[in-house]
Design a protein around this ligand. Structure first.
Ligand SMILES: [Zn+2]
Length: 263
C-alpha cells in the first residue's frame, strides 16, 4: 500500500480516540489517546512524499520502545537465573540512547519492573503522532548470538459500516510500513550478528496487533546462554541496528498534517 490514504488514517485516528465497543474489546478498556500529545520537535521540516504528492510533515518523530514482560511476568528464564524481563529493560536503555543520538524522541511503555497490559502498551504507542513501535524480547530458542525481527501476520482490515477500524485490527493499515521498517532493521542485524535472517519474518504477535503504527518485534537469542555477558555484549549492536533502521525508514513514513488526524 505504501503510504496511507489521508482518509483512512484520519478515520483510524478518529476511531482510536474513542473507546472500543464492548463487542470488539472484551478486555478492560485501555486508556486511549492521551490528551497530552507530545509537542513536535523543533526543526522538523516538511518533505516531499515518494509519490510527488504535495509537501507534508515528515512523519516519524517518536520511537516507542516496549521492554516486554515485567512485574509478575519475568518472561523466559535461563538456567543461570537470567530473566527476560530484566535484560530487555537493560537493552532498551541502550536502544534509547542510540535513538536519541539520531534525534528521535523516545517513549517507553515501562520504566521499571512494571507489567502494563498489552492494551496499555499499545495505547502508549497509539497516543503518539508519527511514531514507530519496537517491542523487545529475549527468546528461549534460536541460535545464541542471533536476532530475529517479526511483523504481525496479515490481518484483514475489518472496517465497520463507518469505515472505521476496530482496536484489535489497529495494525492492519500499517503492515506494509511495518514490513519496510522491519526489513531495514533485520538487514542491519544480519550484518552484525551472523546467522540472523536477512529479512523480516511474520508471526502472530499479540502486542503488535493492537498497535496503530509501524511496529516490529525484535527477538534476541537467547536466555539459554550460560553467562549473561554473552547477551549484554549484543546490546550495542542491537541498539545501533534499531536506531539506524529507524533513521533510514524515517523519510518513507509521511503522515497527514491535517489537524483532523489528531484525536
Ligand atoms: Zn518475551
Amino acid at each position: 500500500m505504501g503510504l496511507l490514504s489521508v482518509a483512512l488514517f484520519s478515520a483510524l485516528m478518529v476511531f482510536l480516540s474513542q473507546a472500543p465497543s464492548p463487542a470488539q474489546q472484551p478486555a478492560p478498556t485501555p486508556p486511549l489517546a492521551s490528551p497530552s500529545l507530545p509537542s513536535r520537535p523543533e526543526g522538523v521540516s516538511g518533505s516531499a512524499s515518494p509519490f510527488g504528492a504535495p509537501t507534508q510533515q515528515a512523519g516519524l518523530n517518536v520511537v516507542v520502545l516496549d521492554p516486554a514482560h515485567g512485574g509478575t511476568d519475568p518472561g523466559a528464564r535461563g538456567t543461570g537465573g537470567i530473566r527476560e524481563s530484566e535484560i530487555v529493560l537493560d537493552f532498551v536503555i541502550q536502544v534509547r540512547r542510540a535513538l536519541e543520538l539520531q534525534g528521535f524522541q523516545v517513549v517507553q511503555t515501562r520504566q521499571g519492573n512494571e507489567n502494563p497490559s498489552f492494551d496499555d502498551r499499545s495505547a502508549t504507542a497509539n497516543a503518539q503522532r508519527g511514531a514507530v513501535f519496537v517491542t523487545l524480547h529475549i527468546s528461549s530458542t534460536g541460535l545464541p548470538g542471533t536476532v530475529r525481527v517479526y511483523v504481525n501476520s496479515d490481518l484483514p482490515p475489518v472496517a465497520d459500516s463507518n469505515g472505521l477500524i476496530p482496536w484489535d485490527r489497529a495494525q492492519a493499515p500499517f503492515l506494509g510500513l511495518s514490513r519496510t521498517f522491519g526489513d531495514l532493521v533485520q538487514g542491519l542485524l544480519a550484518q552484525r550478528f551472523k546467522g540472523s535472517p536477512e529479512t523480516v519474518e511474520t508471526a502472530s504477535v499479540r502486542q503488535l496487533r493492537t498497535t496503530a503504527a509501524p511496529a516490529i518485534a525484535v527477538e534476541i537469542s537467547s536466555v539459554t546462554v550460560e553467562d549473561r555477558a554473552d547477551l549484554d555484549r549484543m546490546a550495542p549492536g542491537v541498539a545501533d541496528a534499531i536506531a539506524r533502521g529507524a533513521a533510514t525508514f524515517k523519510p518513507s513514513y509521511v503522515i497527514p498534517s491535517s489537524p483532523k488526524a489528531l484525536p
